[in-house]
Design a protein around this ligand. Structure first.
Ligand code: B12
Ligand code: SF4
Ligand code: SF4
Length: 252
């Protein structure tokens, strides 16, 4: 069964796949797996290589490559889930590349499920100094999604540690968000990687509330407002790829 599932997934064009047993998924801040699927037994983790457009000097081109990946991942995930249901009468729960996730004041920007911990559990990489998962072939230029299922699948072997501690990711972070080992300073990263994300939106709205009607009109005609709107429509607002693209592992 594992081979049939793997072949189906790779034939779709997904770059790599790994299997984890639910016991191997250890993510202290995430919800229990049974919250997503009460009789969950395995996690199928899918790896998608990030396009070389992440290096483009054009922010829109870099962002568009990422949105392309996101659409492909969503479509692949749905097709694989349908395949598992039809062929094996399986129960499934698909977990996204980023959104949606539950939003609560006490959890802030912590997703329901950690794709990074799932990828490590499924043998699709190991954590690096930049707190991202490094894949054996694609290095850090990779995104992950997961499908939780009640099928019992043989777990894939775990990966070695690939980080060479060269510190390039830390030195190339424009927000200095990676200075403290083992921690990403979320607010510093957010300000730089999502300059038109929710934090920027709240700042704009607060400023608008305290402005005169004339100033408000001016603010709504300004490019800043159009950028905030565009980011909100697109959903994925990442505009920085530095830690992902500067990591040399897997590039040769
Ligand atoms: C929200 C979010 C963000 C927020 C962070 C909010 C936060 N609270 O951390 C912000 C905007 C800052 C962000 C930035 C980025 N993100 Co982001 N993000 C997410 C998202 C949607 C949810 C993260 C989350 O809350 N997970 C739940 C928590 C509980 O788990 P976790 O985040 O994995 O955190 C654990 C690990 O970091 C772990 N950990 C870290 N280092 C180490 C080391 C060791 C040894 C161990 C054992 C554990 C460990 O400890 C944490 C607690 O358990 C995930 C997708 C997802 N659902 O996982 C993508 C995701 C993590 N992001 C990703 C990427 C690529 C980025 C960016 C490069 C931006 C971009 N251009 O894509 C930057 C990188 C920042 C960095 N270097 O850390 C990828 C990472 C892929 C990879 N190769 O690892 C993910 C997995 C998206 C995906 N589906 O592929 N992101
Ligand atoms: S995405 Fe950019 S700002 Fe965020 S940690 Fe990586 S390099 Fe730093
Ligand atoms: S850039 Fe260097 S230090 Fe950073 S994760 Fe990659 S190998 Fe490790």
């Amino acid at each position: 069964m594992e081979k049939q599932i793997r072949d189906y997934i790779l034939d779709l064009g997904v770059d790599d796949v790994g299997f984890a047993s639910v016991q191997d998924y250890q993510s202290p801040k995430s919800y229990e797996i049974t919250k997503f699927l009460p009789d969950a037994k395995s996690i199928i983790v899918l790896a998608y290589r990030v396009l070389s457009s992440c290096e483009s000097p054009s922010t829109s081109a870099a962002q568009n490559g990422y949105l392309d990946l996101g659409s492909f991942a969503r479509s692949s995930s749905y097709q694989i889930a349908r395949f598992l249901e039809r062929k094996y009468n399986a129960k499934v729960a698909t977990l996204p590349i980023s959104y949606p996730f539950e939003i609560h004041n006490d959890r802030k920007a912590i997703a329901d499920f950690s794709q990074r911990h799932a990828a490590v559990a499924a043998g699709l990489g190991s954590f690096g100094r930049h707190n991202l998962v490094i894949h054996p072939q694609f290095g850090t230029r990779v995104n992950y999604t997961s499908i939780i299922t009640n099928l019992s699948l043989q777990a894939s072997p775990k990966c070695d540690d690939f980080c060479t501690n060269c510190n390039l990711c830390v030195d190339n972070c424009p927000a200095r968000a990676l200075d403290e080992a083992g921690k990403t300073d979320v607010m510093k990263c957010l300000g730089h990687s999502q300059p038109y994300g929710i934090v920027a939106d709240i700042t704009f709205q607060l400023q608008r509330l305290g402005s005169s009607p004339e100033e408000q009109k001016k603010m709504l005609m300004d490019e800043q407002y159009a950028r905030l709107k565009q980011a909100a429509y697109l959903g994925n607002q990442y505009m920085c790829f530095n830690c992902l693209k500067t990591c040399p592992v897997g590039l040769s």
